[in-house]
Design a protein around this ligand. Structure first.
Ligand code: ATP
Ligand code: MG
Length: 411
């Protein structure tokens, strides 16, 4: 990417109504654009970052046997009438509209009903199960309060996986597999050390659901954390009975603010009952399918990473998440020419700051604001030694590499 050819520009200030650091930096660095409260565009840098986050999640979902598809966001009333969730009193975040041809439509706030309905076509025998399907899809929720930039919006990205199992035992095993995969995902995304499996309220088929909560001041939840055991309890189920069930000691728990980045849920027969999703078992008997749902909000995760890993100069992306790995600045005629050459070797890895109208100091400041993991300086001086200077955004360490060493790092 060449900055001289990109339409986005960094700004010195953020809109006055944005309070969270993540939102301010993402707006100022040109990752997102605010359309209205709770609605944002993802600009080239932001889209790449979101895609990288989604790819980490995709790899881990595929690794546990998930099969990806994409369902429509347009929802017919009928599928949701069956579960009772078309009712605005039951599901209070619907965006609904009328079809010109007659009938009502809703914009999907989640996808349990359509997935269950879809599977009625594909599940008939025990041989079809278990089945794990997921998607990355835009969700729409008429949230009362949008908050903290992209952490709570009215249109957002969700990864939602649904499991279809023959029995509760089969379900329980997969549920734990997903929980482990989630911890791996948050590790890879750089927030593993501050993200905790958190017991939260369940439903008719399980006492608890599991949330994945990242300690974060901009978060909206309160959790009680046992750092040694690496588990937490959401305040909604924080009581003596819960602590006893989980074997937790009140005196060891720490109360912290947190943001929910993921959520896994045992649905049981709730939707297979409502929409009549059945299979024939080995004896030919008709049985209900046992279901689970597993969500992660990649756009909220992006906000949380931005919030957690930023400093007073700007964003600090982990390498797996950063839109680009290197931010190259050439100084002097030979330095600029060499910088352009290095960019062309790996344009997918590199932002080349070749802006004619920006001073070197401004370029350095923008490299920091954008949070690119490594700043690379190529100047007549470093070139005299056949070297480039590499500065690590998160540790501030600077070192000199030979040109050959640096080229071998480019993919
Ligand atoms: P919350 O309690 O924060 O409203 P939720 O329980 O409604 O979340 P789910 O329906 O389980 O969330 O959605 C799965 C994931 O989608 C959440 O864990 C979160 O990461 C993300 N998410 C939910 N609502 C939003 C939103 N309004 N904006 C951005 N991400 C969201
Ligand atoms: Mg919600």
């Amino acid at each position: 990417m060449k900055l001289s050819q990109s339409f986005t520009k960094t700004t010195k200030t953020a809109p006055a109504d944005e309070v969270s650091n993540s939102a301010k930096y993402l707006l100022r660095a040109g990752y997102i654009y605010k359309e209205m409260a709770g609605v944002y565009d993802y600009l080239p840098l932001g889209m790449r970052t979101l895609d990288k986050i989604m790819n980490v999640i995709r790899e881990e979902m595929n690794a546990i046997g998930g099969e990806e598809l994409r369902m429509t966001s347009l929802q017919p009333k009928e599928a949701w009438d069956a579960s009772g969730r078309w009712d605005d009193k039951v599901m209070d975040v619907w965006f609904k509209t009328k079809l010109n041809a007659g009938g009502e439509l809703g914009l999907a706030p989640t996808h349990e009903e359509p997935f269950t309905r879809l599977m009625k076509t594909y599940i008939s025998s025990y041989k079809d199960l278990p089945l794990y399907v997921y998607q990355f899809q835009t969700k729409f929720r008429n949230e009362l309060r949008a908050k903290s930039g992209i952490m709570r919006t009215r249109e957002f990205m969700m990864k939602d996986l649904y499991s279809f199992s023959k029995t509760r035992e089969e379900h329980d095993k997969f549920y734990e597999t997903v929980a482990a995969a989630y911890l791996k995902i948050f590790d890879r995304l750089g927030i593993g050390d501050c993200t905790f499996r958190t017991f939260a309220s369940g439903g008719s088929f399980s006492q608890f659901s599991d949330e994945f909560q990242t300690i974060c001041d901009a978060g909206e939840d309160i959790i009680y954390l046992d750092r040694e055991k690496k588990i937490a309890v959401n305040e909604e189920v924080y009581n003596d009975e819960t602590l006893k069930t989980l074997g937790l000691d009140k005196a060891k728990l720490e109360q912290v603010k947190a943001a929910e980045v993921g959520n896994i849920f045992t649905l049981g027969y709730k939707y297979s009952d409502a929409l009549d999703l059945c299979f024939n078992d080995e004896e030919g008997k008709r049985q209900k399918v046992f279901m689970g749902s597993y969500g992660i909000g990649p756009s909220r995760v992006m906000g949380v990473i931005a919030e957690k890993l930023s400093d007073d100069k700007g964003l600090v992306w982990p390498v797996e998440v950063a839109p680009y790995k290197y931010y190259i600045v050439g100084i002097g005629e030979a330095g600029e020419a060499k910088a352009a050459e290095l960019h062309d070797l790996a344009p997918e890895d590199v932002i080349l700051d070749d802006r004619k109208n920006a001073r070197t100091g401004e370029k350095f400041a923008d490299a920091e604001l954008m949070g690119i993991p490594y700043r690379v300086v190529v100047s007549d001086k470093t070139l005299a030694e056949n070297k480039v200077e590499l500065k690590n955004r998160s540790t501030n360490e600077t070192k000199l590499l030979t040109l050959e060493e640096f080229v071998s790092k480019l993919s």
